[in-house]
Design a protein around this ligand. Structure first.
Ligand code: GH3
Ligand code: MG
Ligand code: MG
Ligand code: MG
Length: 317
């Protein structure tokens, strides 16, 4: 648990919404048909540097909020609250407003409607007569929760991205490409190209590990440029790369492999005034539903072995 809580702290996700999260510059929408109340809300929130847009109709509120650039909506309940509650539930159902904090303003006699509003997705409420300090506190609370949630989501996206990315080269990693291939083979034909740098150990031995690392990044970039966006290329091991092409017949896959091989051979890698020649060998295999990714990569590995045995810098099927 210690490792987990430390990781959570590094990511900034172990604490509840931080009271220090600023609400300044947040955008609130106030919907109400009583000009005095609308003005009161505006003044209260502007004291916290919250921008307030005011609208008097449900249609206008819906239109403004649909843009998805608000941090809070305050909805005043008229005597007949049904249409406003309907708006609340519509906002919950729409992608751009799903997480929008909703604060209901109501008469004390409208408690039942407010509770119904909670069931439909409202987050908080304030009863009339409105107390500006209470209103501000409730608004700040909702905006902070919203901003905290956004931060969590960004951290999560970043973690997910890291989990599928190779640190050194920025390519997809082994885990990702395996899953991708497993998924493809359920329904489609796919070609795999298993690439292994020739005599890479001697590049490390001659020029040092840093030049070796730079070479791997350089090779990764060349592979990325050569392939289509729909193809996946990953760093599969230390100095091995795996490309997965969808719907590629063996002749085409072999042609792509040769093109990749030539792209690496064509120019030596320039680093620190050195020109280091690099070549790679490639094993190609093609298969579809009924074959496993282990089998497919296994036969690419056999072809790669033959390419190495026959002198390297070649692509075999
Ligand atoms: P072959 O043509 O038979 O493939 O020869 P090779 O030297 O490439 O093959 P071998 O498997 O003997 O060596 C691979 C080398 O790759 C060994 C290791 O030091 C190096 N290597 C693996 N990962 C990395 C890395 O991340 N950075 C660097 N600089 N070198 C790495
Ligand atoms: Mg190797
Ligand atoms: Mg080897
Ligand atoms: Mg090698």
């Amino acid at each position: 648990w210690r490792l987990r809580s430390e990781t959570a702290r590094d990511l900034g996700i172990d604490s509840p919404p931080d009271p220090m999260i600023s609400v300044a510059g947040a955008r609130a929408l106030m919907m109400g048909d009583r000009p005095e109340e609308v003005q009161q809300v505006r003044e209260a929130l502007e004291a916290d540097a919250i921008d307030v847009v005011t609208v008097s109709s449900i249609e206008e509120a819906q239109k403004q909020l649909a843009k998805g650039d608000h941090d809070l909506a305050l909805l005043a309940l008229p005597q007949d609250a049904v249409e406003v509650l309907r708006l609340a539930s519509r906002l919950r159902a729409q992608n751009t407003t799903r997480d929008l904090p909703l604060l209901l303003l109501a008469d004390p006699g409208q408690k039942m409607q407010v509770l119904r509003g909670f069931d439909l997705g409202a987050n908080d409420h304030a009863f009339r007569p409105l107390d500006p300090n209470e209103l501000r506190a409730r608004a700040r609370n909702q905006i902070r929760r919203r901003r905290y949630q956004e931060r969590l989501r960004q951290e999560l996206d970043r973690s997910l991205e890291m989990a599928v990315t190779d640190q050194l080269t920025g390519l997809r990693n082994r885990r990702y490409v395996r899953r991708h291939l497993d998924g493809l083979l359920r329904t489609e034909e796919a070609a795999v190209l298993l690439m292994d740098i020739d005599k890479f150990k001697s590049i490390n031995d001659t020029h040092g590990h840093n030049v070796g690392d730079a070479a791997l990044r350089n090779i990764a970039e060349r592979l990325r440029i050569q392939l289509r966006a729909a193809d996946v290329v990953a760093r599969y091991g230390g100095e091995e790369f795996l490309a997965v092409l969808t719907g590629a017949p063996s002749g085409y896959a072999l042609a792509v492999a040769d093109r990749l091989r030539e792209a690496i051979e064509a120019e030596p890698m320039e680093t620190g005034g050195l020109a280091v020649p690099i070549t790679m060998s490639i094993g190609v295999a093609v298969g579809g539903p009924g074959i496993t990714s282990d089998q497919l990569i296994g036969s690419a590995d056999e072809a790669l072995y033959r390419a190495k045995r026959d002198g390297r810098n070649r692509a075999y099927l």
